[in-house]
Structure formats: C-alpha cells, structure tokens
Ligand binder design. Structure first.
Ligand SMILES: [Ca+2]
Ligand SMILES: [Ca+2]
Ligand SMILES: [Ca+2]
Length: 426
C-alpha cells in the first residue's frame, strides 16, 4: 500500500517536471541572421560566389570576391590571391579527370585552385561570369561565358563558340536536358547569337544556337536590353527544370522575371514589381519548412509577395527567410550568392551581401542564418552561469562568449540568451 502511494507520488512529480520543468524544452535554439566579421571589401557589381569544399585542409566555404579568393572555416578567414588579385565572378567544383578542383572565373580568364596552388588555364581578356562542364561531339570540356561570348576550353585550346553582342553583363550558362538529351543553355543581355535571333536565352546543339521558349523581353537594365542573369537546374520532385531569372519583365511573351522551363513550356513564378531589379542566383535549400527553391538578387517585391533580396518558393508564393535579412547599415543592398555550409557546428546558410556606404564605395559582407545556442559553460542548459559569463564580457569586440558569431558581445547576444533562458541546447 505504501509502495503504491510512493509510486503515485513519483509519477505525479515526474508529470509536473515533464509539463513545467526544464525538461520541457519548447525551443532548443534560435535561428538568426548575423553578419560575419572580417570581410568588408571594395567591390564592383555582381562579383561574388560561394562554394563549400574541403580542399584537404578541412571543411570550408570559398568566397570569390573583388580581389581574392577567401576561405572561411567557420571561425577564421584566409585569403589567396588569384592571378595577382583578379576579381572573381564565378566559381564551381569540377573534375577534369585529374581530381576535384575549384575553377574560378575571373576578370582575366579561367583559373584553377586544387588546394595547393592556383593555375591559370585560359586567357580571353574578358570577364568570366559562368563556368560549366559539358560533353559535346568533341568530348568533355569547360564552357565559360563573358559579356556576350561563350568559350570552350578543352584543357589545351580555347575556342569561341558564341558571339552575342551585349551592352551589359553578366551572363549565365547551364547544362539542361529538356527531353532531347543534355544541352548547353546560355543567358544574357543579347538579342542575337551568331547572327540568329535569340532574345536573352539560347540553346546550343553543338553547332548552332537557337532561341529558347520565345525569349525574354520587357524592361531591362536601366533602360537597356532585358537580360538573363541567372540559370540553374533544380529538381523539385517532378523532374529537373531550368530556372531562369533576369533583369527582365517578360519571359516567353508573358509577364515574368523568374520562370522554370521543362523543355517545352514555361511556368512563370512572378515578376518584379519595381524597375531595375534582377536575379543573382538560385539554390535548392532547406532554411526551414522543407527543401525549396531559393532566389537571391536585388528586389523588394515579386508579384504580390513582399520579399527583399532573398526568398523561398513555397509552391505558391515567395517567402522571406527567417523574417528577412536585417540590414542594419548601408544602402543599395544586393544578395548575389547563397549557399549552405556546415563547419562542424551545424548546417548554416550564408549569403554574400553587397551594399554601398555612400560616396560611391561598395562593400561586400557575408551574412549567416542558422541555429545558435547561448550555452557558454558547456552544461547544455542556458542558465545563470551563461548569463554571468556573457555579462563579464559585455561590450568587448572579441569576446569568447559572443553568441551570434559577429565577435561583439552586445545587446543582440544578451537578447538571444534571455529568449532561450532555461532551455536545453541540442
Ligand atoms: Ca535590394
Ligand atoms: Ca549553460
Ligand atoms: Ca554578438
């Protein structure tokens, strides 16, 4: 009888603990946007890429920017000069048969970083905006685009395979199979390719170029021709689609700035409401709510959806990521690249931001979105000792107990800690 009472009491106490005690973790961490320290740099438009890769020295995120290749390992930056400080416009991981390497499109041609050294591969004298690897009738090769041109580089020889006069850049390449086998697609601010009418988007059959899906139109770059600025092949589950985005307001004769092409038909996913907006890139990511197509660039509304510079497609509408990227300083913001990367502390999302400070100077910074936990003493609980640690370092610009990753221990960190006080960390 007594044992029964005790066990009822124990059960009741356990129930109270489960319902009201610290075991009942409603929230395990907070996903927040923060700005990483250490990468402000002079820039010009459209110069940024993000590629996660372990080049032999550990997991890292490679950021191609205005005058160097930067490597972020989750804690610190290292920088590598490419061709004496060439601005980097494009980057991608490819294996030409000699092993995986990071290929870089710069203002002066194509380079390769193999984890040890940088090698120049091809010099064309013009900016490289996009790199793909594709097998045509002559075998596998790199194809890269610049202002209105596409080049083929087979490891020894560089050959121009498209001439498409363009008044502005950038341009984009993708390899997509629309039902008749893989083909090379080329987007840019052109109206003809090799003399054939092709408004903004063209497909290569190995010999000739032809327009895709009626081309693009509408309002372009500050009154100039409309242009495609980003291409990506993404499979949302119904098969691969070619995602197309640009500085344009019509795709295939209908209103659109973003659309997907299945090889036969367009599905338009919205049009920029205000002028002089463009797409920087597409990525398939899960920033919350399941894997989805994400678009970045410079925009403030896509059709009826109010979204700024980065958005997630939920199947019906464009949604902000984490309430939207908070811009706390500067103006003229662009997001030119997004990517996911795990430095060993959990998957996080990175975005390259370009902004102006006034006076005509542009800067690049890297924003990060992901889960943070304010447990600083390592007991997996957010408690008084964590608060005490934070307060002793409050105001320091290199505090070890910084929470959000910007190195400053300030009100943002304190608010994060208080919002998760009493919670368990994952
Ligand atoms: Ca913007
Ligand atoms: Ca703790
Ligand atoms: Ca902080």
């Amino acid at each position: 009888m007594r044992e029964l009472k005790l066990s009822r009491l124990t059960l009741a106490a356990f129930a109270v603990l489960v319902l009201y005690g610290p075991i009942a973790t409603a929230q395990e961490c907070a996903s927040v946007w923060t700005s990483l320290r250490g990468r402000p740099n002079y820039s010009r438009n459209w110069y940024s890429t993000l590629v996660p890769w372990d080049d032999g020295s550990g997991p890292a995120l490679f950021i191609g920017g205005p005058n160097s290749l930067s490597r972020w390992n989750g804690t610190t930056w290292t920088q590598m000069s490419v061709g004496g400080g060439n601005p980097i416009h494009a980057a991608g991981l490819f294996d030409d048969g000699t092993g995986l390497a990071l290929y870089l499109g710069t203002e002066r041609g194509l380079y390769r970083w193999n984890g040890v050294s940088v090698t120049q591969l091809s010099y064309t004298g013009s900016s490289v905006f996009s790199i793909v690897r594709f097998t045509d009738a002559n075998g596998p090769a790199f194809f890269f685009s610049s202002f209105g041109e596409v080049y083929r580089y087979d490891g020894a020889t560089t050959t121009r395979i498209a001439y498409a006069p363009a008044r502005w850049g950038p341009s984009a390449l993708a390899v997509f199979d629309g039902g008749t086998g893989p083909a090379l697609y080329f987007g840019g601010a052109f109206t003809t390719v090799d003399g054939t009418t092709a408004r903004g988007l063209a497909e290569y059959d190995g010999t000739n170029w032809s327009e895709v899906g009626g081309g693009i139109g509408g309002v372009g770059y500050y009154g100039m021709e409309p242009g495609i600025t980003a291409l990506a092949v993404i499979d949302e589950g119904a098969g691969p689609r070619l995602f197309v985005g640009g500085w344009c307001t019509e795709i295939g004769g209908q209103p659109g700035s973003i659309a997907r092409w299945d090889g036969q038909n367009w599905e338009r996913l919205g049009v920029f409401v205000n002028q002089d907006k463009y797409v920087g890139g597409f990525r398939w990511l899960d920033t919350g709510g399941g894997p989805a197509v994400h678009v970045c660039g410079d925009f403030d509304a896509i059709s009826d959806d109010s979204v700024t510079d980065l958005a997630r497609w939920d199947g019906q509408h464009w949604r902000p990521v984490g309430g939207g990227i908070p811009y706390t300083n500067g103006a003229g913001n662009y997001i030119n690249a997004i990517e996911q990367f795990d430095a060993g502390d959990g998957l996080k999302f990175y975005a390259v931001r370009q902004f102006s400070s006034g006076g005509g100077t542009n800067f690049v910074s890297v924003m990060r979105y992901g889960c943070v936990c304010p447990d600083r003493d390592g007991d997996n609980l957010v408690g008084l000792s964590d608060l005490s640690l934070l307060l002793t370092q409050f105001g320091l610009s290199s505090g070890a107990d910084d929470i959000d990753g910007d190195a400053d221990v300030d009100m943002v960190d304190l608010a994060l800690l208080l919002s998760l006080f009493g919670e368990q960390c994952p």
